[in-house]
Structure formats: C-alpha cells, structure tokens
Design a binder for this molecule. Structure first.
Ligand code: SF4
Length: 524
C-alpha cells in the first residue's frame, strides 16, 4: 500500500550515500563483471520511494553509481536520505549539499534510528521503521516544503505491518548495475547476541511479508533485467522457521516458472543445520550461499556473547550439513573479544583449515549503540570514541596486538593458494550437491550467455593473464572446467579476486578492521 496523503504533490529526491570500502562490498570484483558498479540496492529507500503518494514524482540516486547533480537538487522539492553508521559522514555531506539549494532534508534508516544525535543538521529525523512517523513526515512535507525552523523528529510508534508493505521501487534503480539484487522477507530476530543491534531496532518477534509479496518482488526484479543472485537481507532467514517453511515452496515454484535464472542467498543462524526440512527446500529453491554469523569457534566466547544458538550443533558438523545441501557457508568472524587470548588467531586459522570455509568476513569487535555490548562497555568505561582507532572497544589484550593479529589473519586466510584450495573443496564437495538445473530457455537466453561470456573473458584476461596469482587461478579453473562447472568458476573467481586484493590492503593497514567502523577511507 501507499501513503494516502492528499496534500500538494512534491518532487522527492532520494539519495543513497556512497559506501566506505569494506570486505563485503566486493568492489574489486566489479571489473570482472559485465558492468556492475555498486553492491546492493538500498531496500529502505526504495521502499519509502514506493510508499510515497502516487502523484508525487520521485527520483532516486545511488551515489555509489553516480553523484546527485545540481540538476537533481534543482528539480527536487525535498530530499530523503538513508543509510548505516558507516555512511554517516557521507549522509551529513548530502545534507549539506541539499541545504545549499535551500531544500528540506529528511533522514531515515538504521543509523538515525539508533543514533539521532549523529545528524544535527537534518531538518527531519525519521526514527524507526515505516509507519505512523512516515505518514507524519509525508504530511508535513505536503503541507509545507520549506525548511522547518528547527529540527523535527518523528518517531514510529505504530509500524506498518509488513503484509502491507508495497513492492520497493526497484524500477527506479539501475538494477543491472548492482552486484546483488536483494529482497526482505522478515524483520527482527529472536536471539540476543551481545554485540548485535537488530533485536533493539527491529524487535525479537520477527515480522514477515506474505509469500505472494515476495513473489511479486522477485517478478519485478526479473522485469528489471536482473539475472544473477538475489540476497535475502533478513537478519535471520529462519528467525521464524514456520514462515520460512511457508515461503520456500513458493520460491521453488517461482524458480520453476522462471527457468532457474536466479541464484538465491540468505543470512541464517547456524542452527539451520538442525532443520533438514528447511535445508531440503532451500536446495530445491536453489539457495547457493548461507551467511552464518559463526563469530568464533571458541565455545567460551560464544557463551560470553550469548550466542548459544551456535552451540546447538558442533560448528564443523553444522557447516558440513549445510554444504551437503549444496549451500556454501560464508562466515562472519569477530576478533578482539574479551575472551580472546594471544593464540586466538592460530585457533581461528585452524578453524578455517578444518571447516574449509572459503569466505570469511573477519572483523574486529566494534560496539554499536543500542546493544548490550555498548551498555556493558560503557559501564566498564571501555568505550573509546576516537575515530583514529580501528575499533571503539578498549580490548583486554593490547590494542596493537589485536590489530596486528587481525591483519595477519586476513593475510594468511586469503593467500591465493590457500583460498583457491578451499574453493576447490567447495566445488568438489558442496557445489556438486546442488540440484541439476534445467536447460530452460531462460538459462539458454542470449542475455544469460552473453553475460557469462563477458565475465569469463574478464576473468581470464584480468586474472588468468595479467593477475599475479595466475598459476594458482589456472589450477583451479582447469579443475572447474573439467567438471563443467562454469558457474562455480565464475562466482568463485570473482569473489576470490576481491578477497585477495582486499586482504592485501588490510594487511598493509589500508582497510578498516571493522565493517562497522566509522573511520573513512576512500572507496577503492
Ligand atoms: S542471531 Fe544474528 S541477527 Fe540475531 S541477534 Fe544474533 S547476530 Fe543479531
């Protein structure tokens, strides 16, 4: 549904700020693709764009693809911005630019909802999710499109049920220029990991959309020309297991109807390994990757961070179970925990060796506002709000030791030889468990074949001929080609290329040690 505001029509410019380079933004992989320029379209901003009154013209600019121009600002009556903490400086900068044109600027999304005081210059702060605050904001702008005399804060008390969410305005985004398309089925998570702000921001009782809404969104993404991967950005895809089970048959049907041109991926807790009925359906729906916040292989550390759900199955068994359904596990890992010891990095690398997980997002612990961790560290006077540090946590171990251990882990974990050995294991023991895809007309379409050819050409030339790890690459590539696994070759080579280059920069101190850090470095 849309807002029913009947006031004057306003031209709304939605601007999404540039990301700071991070392990999970994959920018080193873009040159190997067929023209990707940014990571994922912003769900929140596209949702608001489609919720605005029907008669309001909307323009959307993702500054990861192009900057908002003077012409954009001159066209607009008001500007909407959204983003995460890591984009804080960029959001404040967009506000400054919009004000130069005398425009009122509103900010919504996760960062302002957790920390309204980060955004003193904005005219409107939208705190919380889509709901009554959104209606109030729209009504205010409809009533008066000039800048208010002082900052107005609107807070959502009554959220719009997710079953009433409109399909995000994917058509406004240049969907083919994104590395991944994305979709949101649920919001919230029942667990309470100490470092995580999801339960406080979105609740512990996951709210969900109807399966028909997801199918409509997938149809629209396909209409926008996307034929790659759709990532379910739900904080925990099995936060509501019953709902996940309800959705999956619809996804299977959709894949059959549309010829399996799309790969699916999601985030879920590791205890998904205890649910064969869910895993089997995910396999059928062609989920190829599950991001699991494993965080640490140390049981004492898991207990301390209240991540008991990771102990419901032995971690290595859990990873293997997920792999046996054709899904690769990507793991989140945190270093700098209070339980870390001087040999923690060795234990971590041993875990990488045993689990054969190819891709790990290794981060230094960062305390986020609205988390139990933040409150505890504040009580213990261990929050250090100094933007020159890699983390705001006063670690138990010496700071330099922790940062060096992180850099060493990144360097070793993503040495080309070791990384491709793990990918080869995935090709042999995970990818082969995937369903055999039909030779559908959609998969054999010219667009699909052309895309694969372009990516192969880029990979062979930029990595296989000009890359400094080409020998290792070719060993892996020939193994894939012998198996006829072109898809595995393309996806692994692209991701590996980013990981290798990013890890080298990290080891040299040229990348942030925490994806949540507000330190700014230029995007690569
Ligand atoms: S399981 Fe994931 S989303 Fe849920 S509280 Fe823990 S870290 Fe956050």
């Amino acid at each position: 549904m849309r807002s029913e505001c009947i006031g004057a029509a306003r031209r709304i410019l939605c601007v999404f700020p540039r990301y700071t380079s991070a392990f999970g933004t994959w920018e080193h992989a873009y040159p190997l693709t067929d023209g990707v320029q940014a990571f994922m379209p912003p769900q929140g901003l596209l949702l608001i764009a489609s919720y605005l009154p029907e008669h309001w013209p909307v323009r959307f600019v993702d500054e990861n693809i192009r900057s908002a121009t003077c012409e954009d600002f001159e066209w607009a009556d008001a500007v909407l911005v959204s983003g995460m903490h890591i984009q804080r400086h960029q959001m404040n900068e967009i506000c400054r630019r919009a004000h130069a044109f005398g425009l009122p600027v509103a900010i919504g999304g996760p960062s302002v909802s957790a920390c309204p005081d980060y955004y003193p210059s904005f005219d409107y702060l939208h705190v919380g999710e889509l709901g009554d605050a959104t209606d109030e904001l729209i009504a205010r702008i409809a009533h008066d499109a000039s800048r208010p005399k002082r900052q107005v804060v609107v807070k959502t008390v009554e959220r719009l049920p997710m079953t009433n969410f409109p399909v995000p305005a994917y058509e406004l985004a240049e969907m083919k220029k994104y590395f991944l398309a994305n979709i949101q089925y649920s919001s919230g998570c029942p667990y309470q990991c100490e470092f995580c702000d999801i339960p406080a921001l979105y609740g512990r009782n996951p709210r969900i959309k109807r399966p028909e809404q997801i199918i409509a969104e997938l149809d629209k993404i396909l209409e926008c020309g996307v034929i790659s991967t759709v990532y379910f950005v739900d904080d925990n895809f099995i936060g509501n297991r019953k709902a996940a089970l309800e959705l999956l048959p619809h996804l299977v049907e959709w894949q059959k109807r549309t010829g399996y041109v799309m790969r699916l991926a999601c985030e879920a807790t590791l205890n998904i390994a205890k649910r064969p009925e869910i895993l089997e359906k995910m396999r059928e729906a062609y989920f190829v990757t599950v991001f699991c916040g494993i965080e640490t292989p140390d049981p004492d550390a898991l207990k301390a961070m209240h991540k008991d759900q990771n102990m419901m199955v032995p971690i290595l068994d859990g990873v293997q179970t997920i792999n046996s359904y054709g899904m690769e596990v990507v793991s989140g890992i945190i270093m700098g925990l209070d339980t870390d010891k001087p040999d923690t990095s060795n234990a971590l690398l041993e875990f990488v060796a045993q689990s054969r997980i190819a891709l790990l997002a290794i981060n230094l612990l960062q305390a986020l506002p609205k988390t139990p961790l933040w409150d505890r560290l504040a009580r213990e006077k261990r929050l250090i709000l100094d933007q020159d540090r890699e983390s705001n946590v006063d670690f138990r171990l010496p700071y330099d030791e922790v940062v060096d251990a992180w850099r060493q882990c990144m360097k070793i974990a993503f040495e080309p030889e070791w990384l491709f050995a793990r990918y080869l294991h995935q090709v042999k023991y995970t990818y082969r468990n995937r369903i055999e895809l039909p030779a559908s007309p959609e998969r054999r379409s010219w667009a699909n074949i052309k895309r694969a050819v372009i990516m192969l050409r880029n990979i062979f030339w930029k990595v296989g001929v000009r890359g400094d790890y080409r020998k290792v690459f070719w060993k892996f590539a020939f193994a894939c080609l012998r198996r006829g696994d072109i898809e595995g070759l393309i996806s692994s080579a692209m991701i590996a290329h980013h990981a290798i280059l990013y890890a080298r920069e990290a080891a040299q101190g040229r990348q942030n040690a925490s994806n949540y850090s507000v330190r700014l470095r230029e995007a690569a």
